[in-house]
Design a protein around this ligand. Sequence first.
Ligand SMILES: Cc1cc2nc3c(=O)[nH]c(=O)nc-3n(C[C@H](O)[C@H](O)[C@H](O)COP(=O)(O)OP(=O)(O)OC[C@H]3O[C@@H](n4cnc5c(N)ncnc54)[C@H](O)[C@@H]3O)c2cc1C
Length: 620
Amino acid sequence: MSDAEGGWDYVIVGSGAGGGTLAARLAESGMRVFVLEAGGDHLQTADPRLPDDYSVPGFHAFACENPAMRWDFTVRHYSDDTQQKRDFKADPHTGGVLYPRAATLGGCTAHNAMIFMLAHDSDWNHIRALTGDGSWSARSMRRHARKLEACHHRPLWRILRHLGLDPTGHGWDGWLQTERPPKELEAEALGDEALLNMIAVTSVEFARRLKHPLARIAQWIHSAADPNARPWRAKDFEGLCYTPVSTCSRQRIGSRERLLDVAAKHGDRLHIELNALATRVLFDAEGAACGVEYLKGSRLYKAHCNASPAPGERREVHARREVILCGGAFNTPQLLMLSGIGPAAQLRRQGIAVRVDLPGVGRNLQDRYEVAVTYRMREPWKLLEGARFERGDPVWQRWHEHRDGLYSSNGAALAFVRRSSPNLPDPDIFCMALPTQFDGYYPGFSANLRKYNDRLTWALLKAHTHNSAGTVTLQSADPRDPPRIEFHYFEEGDDTQGHDLAAVVDTIQFIRELNRPLLECGLFAEECAPGPQARTAPALAEYVRNNAWGHHASCSCPIGLRANGGVVDSSFAVHGTRRLRIVDASVFPRIPGFFVVSAVYMIAEKAAETLLQEAKRAPP
Ligand SMILES: Cc1cc2nc3c(=O)[nH]c(=O)nc-3n(C[C@H](O)[C@H](O)[C@H](O)COP(=O)(O)OP(=O)(O)OC[C@H]3O[C@@H](n4cnc5c(N)ncnc54)[C@H](O)[C@@H]3O)c2cc1C
């Protein structure tokens, strides 16, 4: 449908967790929505590997490296060259580190690890306090979580809720199914004695080392290790847990499926323009956003691993109501700046006319810190027997025929949540055990899955990081050039007290203690990383500085007052503009929870509600 045939109410840039969710809800509610997505629909390409890389939970690392949908950003953890080059993941010439993103229908929900863990109450209450807007309270935000989730991992409560009994706080009838990875990864069905030993020892050790172990165990039984349960006491989960994932019958789902479902039902109201790279927001004579200019063509963005030299065809699409940017934490600030909205001096340097001097655009970039503690097992994992991580192998057959076995899981065999310091208001550490070697993102990282069958990685994730010194700035005024992304880790950032580094070091020590009995009993042959040479806290800090990575980039266009560096207000509207909003991971003032995608889905549902209420009051 063209603009001429009635026009579009909303033009939305990006079909990821934010854009896809928002577009689907608006179209479902009667609005006419045009979605611009720079990538294609990967499942409709000729590459035979794609359907599996996308759908099979155990293949998510291959999805990250699948050439059909990957945008390879190059980022700097440090501006200091010497420090940056100590990271084995850094390119030896440029110092740049790979930061994977997916440019495809569904955005990063097409390649992420599918972990669906809710943010902490304090994350939402912080936004409420910052803005004075009560609709951001944790209590109010839970409504949006319930609206989107279809929980399938608490079967008893799924039935009992019909009797009005439901202490879990889950959503049951939403569009996003959540499941528990097969219990076999945690139990005897696969007959992996090593895994069983590890789980048993870890569980006992974990309970023993925590304060009030009985209380912890009681909580564990009570919430059945479900980290998203919000039982009678509104307390955030802590302890051993499983990792809920967004799968439907053990097959990935995300905003792609949501969009296609709504498009199938309301095709007249939802148009998804694939292979369309938005290049700037268009404004009318009164200065209100009225549309988007874009380039039609595939692989036009230079972060694409196989970028096209073709220039693309310049097109425009117009919105009667609003333009909403959902390009993610790197692309939304870039698009704003290309449209003349951002720090004036920077725009002028690139020869871009300043429409709104908004210094907060591209600042406040945040991420988690992640590191690996890796062991070599005495014997190869039994559960990896027959796993070649390819279509047709016996493990794949099991997934294909029974939706069962190793590939039905994203690989997290066991996980726990803890506080790095008892004084912290919220738990800040998530750790998961993976039966492979995983040490961050670099070209070819996914090959480790096939290479190692005798490794255990504890992947450690530090949440609620204190560093907000990351930046996204323009490298050029060419919309096809990716921006410059600098995180300024640790001492380079604004965590002046070193809380983040101390928390990660403390957790490595905790993991070591937890696993000591497994080394002593010979289940583990050796610790590969950080390795025996890194014994002291300073040595561990050095390991962390040189090896940490992140993959939940957020907060680069935060909610907040303009005078304090805010870019959008509490209703997602961009300061100093009209009819222009942002709904994606860039709007959080502080990076929420342990895993960010659930929070992005939630704010997209919230934004849809806001827009629909406003539309009721003001016809276009
Ligand atoms: C490897 C990896 C694993 C992850 N695993 C998890 C996990 O297990 N659990 C979790 O909670 N989070 C995870 N995340 C993070 C999470 O998936 C993302 O933070 C989330 O998807 C962000 O949502 P978004 O809407 O902001 O952006 P995205 O989902 O990235 O969507 C942005 C979309 O906008 C499109 N776009 C960008 N610019 C333009 C433009 N100019 N024109 C047109 N289209 C454009 C992109 O192509 C993309 O489709 C992971 C991230 C990565 C990278």
